[in-house]
Design a protein around this ligand. Structure first.
Ligand code: UDP
Length: 474
């Protein structure tokens, strides 16, 4: 009988690779389970350059990395505006190689007994059927946003999208369980399209059809956060594993108790650790952390609005300015008004990439101005840090609505980017309503940490996932 052997294949982006590596490491701790982790060459190279991931995984004899090309030229940027190309490359170039790998190994000791792949990889359904092994989709975005993706066919049928008229504040009632919560502006960004014949809409429609054919869905969330949406999913696919927050689950498993500083980073950029020294010198809960993640970009005009808003709020801030994330700045020789540079020296710190989990866990952090990527949102929730949300695209519009309106863990700044609003919201979160926001954030943080503790909902779901994988032998 073959040993349990999982092939894990993430979408080649920072957030998804990070999540899937964490799942892989959790499974590796159970030595009986073997893992083959498929990386694109681009991601693998960056992991080699900037992290200790490869060394970290060397200690697991039951783990191996395999690389495939992503179909993009080496110098092609892998920013947010390239996602369509990245997915197309994986479908055209990486997926046939993945299929070959699965089929080739089905006859020997390395036989895969289960596939865990990104929820957007519709091609995996046929590969799993051909290999006669179970498929589990791991959608690393939030269930609440995935749920809105799956509602797209109904929204089109009901005539809700494309939108009629320009009122983005109109309520959308066609997403089950989200009635009265979602406005047009809170739907995934691609719902704003006037033209339904675009690749991303086709992709999510296809995803809806495939996702229900999997033997199970894995989510990076926890019951106390997204229970009502998880119930909706169970009606569609009864086998749900809600095992998040994964980074907390990992820390709990690696150290048998939750320690905020256990390293779990799988960052594909070089982290600037000097910001920790700077944070050490700041008062408790006084610093706003500002970051728009690994894919989002902003125009130079928006960048300056942010900067003025931050400086005018007189709040201390630690700002990640990822190279290439400010469109037009480099063409302008990084030219910014001297007054901003001067004020920043007094109260701010700018870096190009942060050890984000460590930063959010630092006692001096009191708020997070975020693009509402799902990993960032969960990392903030776990550390009890209130958020100001400036969503960029796809799922982030939904996440920011839930943070502001449903979970009340911050403010949703959506679609606005002017210095006066930024200043006002920073003051609201970091000063005027600081205590209230911190209390709510602390409560959710306690629930998140409890969910991965012994007997917690995510702890139990991870246990069940491991047990189910053990039984998937052929
Ligand atoms: N991140 C980081 N340092 C930074 C900015 C981001 O380590 O300076 C990490 C962050 O901790 C998170 C991931 O990058 O795990 C970003 O994922 P998210 O889903 O929030 O957004 P995305 O980058 O996919 O848009």
């Amino acid at each position: 009988m073959a040993v349990p052997h999982v092939f894990i294949f993430p979408l080649p982006l920072q957030g998804t690779v990070n999540c899937m590596l964490k799942l892989a490491e959790l499974l590796c701790l159970h030595q009986e389970i073997h893992i083959t982790f498929i990386n694109t060459e681009y991601i693998h190279q960056r992991l080699m350059n900037y992290t200790d991931v490869l060394v970290r995984f060397e200690k697991y004899p039951n783990f191996k990395f395999v690389t495939v090309p992503d179909g993009l030229p080496e110098d092609n940027p892998r920013n947010g505006d390239q996602i369509g190309k990245i997915i197309e490359g994986v479908e055209k170039v990486s997926s046939p190689l993945f299929r070959e790998m699965v089929m080739m190994t089905t006859t020997n000791y390395c036989t895969p007994t289960c596939l865990i792949v990104d929820g957007i990889f519709s091609f995996a359904v046929d590969i799993a059927k051909e290999a006669k092994i179970p498929l589990l989709y791991f959608d690393t975005i939030s269930p609440c946003s995935l749920w809105t993706y799956l509602a797209v066919p109904k929204l089109i049928e009901d005539g809700e999208i494309p939108f009629k008229g320009n009122d983005l504040d109109a309520l959308v009632n066609g997403v089950a369980g989200m009635e009265g919560v979602m406005r047009r502006r809170d739907l995934p960004s691609f719902c704003r399209t006037p033209d339904l014949d675009i690749p991303i809409i086709k992709l999510v429609i296809k995803q809806g059809k495939h996702i229900v054919q999997a033997q199970g869905l894995i989510f990076n969330t926890f019951e106390d956060l997204e229970g009502p949406i998880l119930s909706q999913f169970r009606a569609l696919c009864p086998n749900i594993y809600a095992i998040g927050p994964l980074h907390t689950q990992m820390k709990a498993n690696l150290s048998s108790q939750y320690l905020p500083n256990t390293p779990t980073s799988n960052s594909i950029w070089k982290e600037d650790m000097s910001c920790i020294d700077w944070l050490n010198k700041q008062p408790n809960k006084s610093v706003l952390f500002v970051s728009i993640g690994s894919l989002a970009t902003m125009s130079k005009a928006q960048f300056l609005e942010f900067w003025y808003g931050l400086v005018n709020s007189k709040t201390r801030f630690l700002w990640v300015q990822r190279p290439g994330s400010i469109i037009g700045l480099e063409d302008d020789n990084n030219n910014v008004p001297m007054e901003l540079v001067k004020s920043t020296k007094e109260r701010g710190c700018i870096i190009s990439w942060a050890p984000q989990e460590k930063v959010l866990a630092h006692p001096s952090i009191g708020g997070f101005l975020t693009h509402s990527g799902w990993n960032s949102t969960l990392e903030s929730i776990v550390e009890g840090v209130p958020m100001i949300c400036w969503p960029y695209f796809v799922d982030q519009q939904v996440n920011s609505r839930y943070v502001g309106e449903v979970w009340k863990l911050g403010i949703d700044m959506k679609d606005v980017c002017d210095r006066a609003t930024i200043e006002r919201m920073v003051i609201q979160v970091m000063d005027v309503e600081k205590i209230e926001f911190l209390e709510k954030a602390k409560h959710m943080s306690d629930l998140a940490i409890a969910s991965v503790g012994e007997g917690g909902s995510s702890y139990q779901d991870l246990d069940r996932l491991i047990e189910d994988i053990r039984l998937m032998r052929i």
